[in-house]
Design a protein around this ligand. Structure first.
Ligand code: PLP
Length: 434
């Protein structure tokens, strides 16, 4: 080619959550049973969608209108419903035109970063959910900017670290938080959220709050949406139906813009995203139409509450397997459906191993281990997969210097859940003591 086809930021794109699947598939082909713990898809974990929700979707499919294009920003009556839901809470109020639909929140996230000036940076949490960190880094043609979530302090953000980075890097124009957080399962306290708002006011920043897990909290935790605390700071809440309904295959997510009028540049960003969506015509129609019917139904709250209790019970069960393992920092999860488990410093090295009997599995593992510059947690993850069949994601692939792995709290079958976490516990102990 006469020119390099790929822009420099492209090397920042990686998604290990799906990358590890290739390895697990190779192992499955050798006859190994896989315990899938890599991806936050409740449907893959055999969750059943309540019959009344399926009825709503079936009825919508009978309506010719759901086969057409919708308004570029999203169906007007659906946006009115969502604005009204927001306005019933305390805090920032919005109108239908402050809401913009996308084909899944992942689409919204990449579009958002794509249109921000490359020199203007958004700082986000580390460990980082890759769709945010890779998208932001690719837009800037540089490594992602992150603030630390501290595993030794319940995964709460290190506000001193964040403040210093904002203070000494004038390119930072916005702060991202994911609340409840993926991958740590931490839920931000009201006090911490108010500190974010204070920082944004002091340094003239905008805030982005990914709230796709907003209604998934348990064991006493409460989620405070950005709208409740934002005051007059410009901000965007990112929402979707992939996790709480759950309908990840709907590819339906949306942005809610707060205080557009308070900053011209922020309003221009909103206009740009609206224009970009117009060029695409619109987002998927049918899932949007389901929103008022599902979220507006009282049965949804009952269903969500019952599901959250189940996730909370799994959080406790996982704690019972892992909280006393001396090689780990373990925090029980309060929201979303992940747990990030970290090895204590100096626990991992490149000589540890797990026993594997099968020669063909051993050979396969050896090909994986030949990757250059492999982080020690990835090495553990490969061993865990080969020796125990458990597929998790290494934390070093979430833009973090910490070493550990992410699991999910999604397994419906209690016997399988117990089997998975007893395998993980045994593997951690055997590996660290080998
Ligand atoms: C924090 C977070 N934001 C956004 C997304 C993307 O969601 P969607 O399925 O709507 O693209 C995910 C998916 O796992 C997520 O964990």
């Amino acid at each position: 080619m006469r020119q390099d086809l790929i822009r420099p930021g492209a090397s920042e794109l990686s998604y290990e959550i799906r990358g590890i699947v290739k390895k697990a598939d190779q192992l499955e082909a050798l006859g190994q049973k896989i315990y899938w713990e890599n991806i936050g898809d409740p449907i893959q974990k055999n969750w059943q969608i309540p019959g009344w929700i399926k009825d709503i979707v079936s009825e919508l499919a009978q309506d010719d209108k759901t086969y057409g294009y919708s308004h570029s920003m999203g169906d007007k009556s659906v946006r009115e419903f969502l604005a009204d839901q927001n306005n019933q809470g305390n805090g920032a109020k919005i109108e239908a035109d402050d809401i913009l639909f996308f084909n899944g929140l992942g689409d919204g996230i990449s579009t958002l970063y794509q249109f921000i000036n490359p020199t203007a940076r958004i700082i986000g949490p580390s460990p980082a959910y890759s769709t945010h960190s890779s998208g932001e880094a690719a837009h800037a043609n540089a490594a992602p900017l992150t603030y630390t979530l501290n595993p030794a302090n319940h995964w709460y953000p290190d506000m001193t670290d964040l403040r210093n980075q904002v203070r000494y890097n004038p390119n930072i124009v916005g702060i991202l938080l994911i609340n409840p957080d993926n991958p740590t399962g931490m839920v931000y306290s009201l006090e911490t959220l108010l500190e974010f708002v204070k920082l944004a006011k002091e340094f003239d920043l905008f805030l982005i709050s990914d709230e796709i897990y907003g209604s998934i909290t348990y064991n006493g935790a409460q989620h405070h949406p950005l709208a409740e605390v934002i005051d007059d700071v410009p901000g965007i809440a990112l929402k979707g139906m992939s996790k709480d309904l759950p309908w990840p295959g709907s590819r339906c997510g949306w942005m809610e813009f707060y205080n557009r009028g308070s900053d011209q540049t922020f309003d221009k960003l909103y206009q740009t995203l609206v224009n970009a969506k117009m060029l695409e015509v619109c987002s998927t129609t049918l899932p949007q139409m389901a929103i008022p019917k599902v979220y507006g139904d009282k049965r949804f709250d009952t269903y969500r509450a019952a599901t959250n209790i189940k996730i909370g019970e799994r959080s406790e069960l996982i704690s019972s397997f892992l909280e006393d393992v001396p090689y780990l920092y373990f925090n029980s999860t309060k929201g979303a459906f992940y747990n990030t488990i970290i090895f204590k410093p100096d626990t991992l090295n490149n000589h540890q191993s797990l026993k594997i009997e099968d020669e063909s599995v051993k050979d396969l593992l050896n090909t994986w281990l030949s990757e250059s510059n492999m982080k020690p947690d990835k090495r553990f993850v490969y061993y865990l997969l080969a020796a125990k069949g458990v597929c998790v994601v290494p934390i070093s692939s979430f833009c973090s210097d910490l070493l550990g792995f992410r699991v999910t709290l999604l397994e419906e079958d209690e016997a399988t859940l117990k089997e998975t976490f007893s395998r993980i516990r045994d593997a951690v102990i055997e590996y660290c003591e080998s």
